[in-house]
Design a protein around this ligand. Structure first.
Ligand code: SF4
Length: 355
């Protein structure tokens, strides 16, 4: 069980940590651990050797759970803390990769450098995330982008100041919120609104967890400039899926094959990545039910299924994949249940029929 609203369960194969930046000042995990005497001493760097405990006996917990679940990995620790040995992190990753068809794992770290260098395996069900609390810690986003994980997210919590314009390239999900507890620091909803507005503009799902209050999540609404309150609980569509498709082949970043202009010129893309598009479409035609999942992994895509499919249909001719148009048309008619939609699929232009 967990009280954290953006996940379903916490899984703590390690416990204990040491403070590393301003966001740690009122760490709830430390307060809880000291209160219950789970940790022998304050979470300083000097005490880390005593406080950090590996729990090999907990590695099997997600294996025993049959129901598809979102797990927050290490709500009471930091998986990439320097005192957690590589061999143990590797065991955690083996469990997560083995369960790629059943569970989603949400990792959140302040040790972004170590996560960036971690070789994985980063299966699609493992989301790599960093915490960012102020301008000084924005550098973690750059390390996050270097990670080999395909799904990247950031938690701006506890948000301690206005972050201005942020580079959110390749970020798939954003969470933000103020600090809770007796020592909570000031929080201005305008800081979170600015992040929300950038997410909206870039079509990144945005989740506002809470304002500042004694109790966690006592204020789950975002206050707008006019004083009204709004709810922002967006999650990536793929989190709502029960199963993950197996990655059929390896591709380098960017993973968003359907929106190549974010990284390459069109010519570059055709030259360098056409096999991947082909691979995707072939795969999709064999796995119709999972087609929308693949589409939904592109945060630049519009959220609605109809817009996703319209976009897909649009780009197939552009990438000289016309031989797949008929098959895609058939597939879409099956998959998309919107009454009028199949009629709107453009006919194959005579002049472009492949020989
Ligand atoms: S990194 Fe996280 S768990 Fe560790 S002290 Fe800081 S806030 Fe607490």
């Amino acid at each position: 069980m967990t009280n954290i609203s953006w996940t379903e369960e916490s899984w703590n194969p390690t416990t204990g940590c040491s403070r590393i930046s301003e966001g740690c000042r009122n760490c709830y995990a430390e307060a809880l651990s000291l209160r219950h005497k789970w940790s022998p001493a304050e979470w300083t760097a000097q005490n880390a050797g005593r406080n950090i405990v590996l729990h090999p006996d907990r590695l099997d917990i997600p294996r025993r759970r049959k129901k598809s679940t979102k797990y927050f990995v290490n709500s009471m620790s930091d998986l990439f803390h320097e005192l957690v040995p590589d061999s143990f992190i590797a065991e955690v990753f083996t469990v997560m990769a083995d369960l790629r068809h059943r569970h989603t794992f949400q990792i959140l770290t302040k040790r972004a450098e170590r996560m960036a260098a971690w070789p994985g395996p980063w299966t699609l069900n493992i989301w790599a995330g960093v915490s960012v609390e102020n301008r000084r810690s924005l550098y973690r986003l750059d390390y996050l982008r270097q990670s080999q994980a395909e799904h990247l997210w950031v938690s701006f919590e506890p948000l301690l100041e206005d972050l201005g314009l942020i580079d959110l390239d390749y970020i798939n999900w954003v969470v933000a919120g103020g600090e809770s507890g007796p020592h909570r620091r000031p929080f201005d909803h305008a800081w979170a609104r600015l992040i929300r507005d950038q997410c909206k503009e870039q079509r990144i799902p945005f989740y506002f967890k809470q304002g500042s209050d004694f109790k966690p999540q006592a204020r789950p609404y975002l206050t707008e400039a006019d004083g009204s309150e709004t709810e922002w609980k967006q999650c990536p569509t793929s989190f709502q899926r029960e199963k993950w498709r197996e990655k059929p082949y390896t591709r380098s970043k960017p993973i968003f094959v359907f929106n190549p202009e974010t990284e390459f010129s069109r010519e570059d893309f055709v030259a360098r990545n056409q096999p991947y598009i082909l691979g995707d479409i072939l795969y999709l035609t064999q796995h119709a039910d999972e087609m929308l999942l693949l589409c939904s992994q592109d945060p630049y895509f519009a959220q609605s299924r109809r817009e996703q499919i319209e976009h897909l249909i649009e780009i197939i001719p552009e990438y000289h994949l016309l031989q797949y148009m008929d098959e895609m048309r058939r597939l879409l008619a099956e998959v998309i249940k919107y009454g009028d939609f199949p009629d709107r699929i453009p006919p194959l232009p005579e002049s472009k029929v492949p020989q």
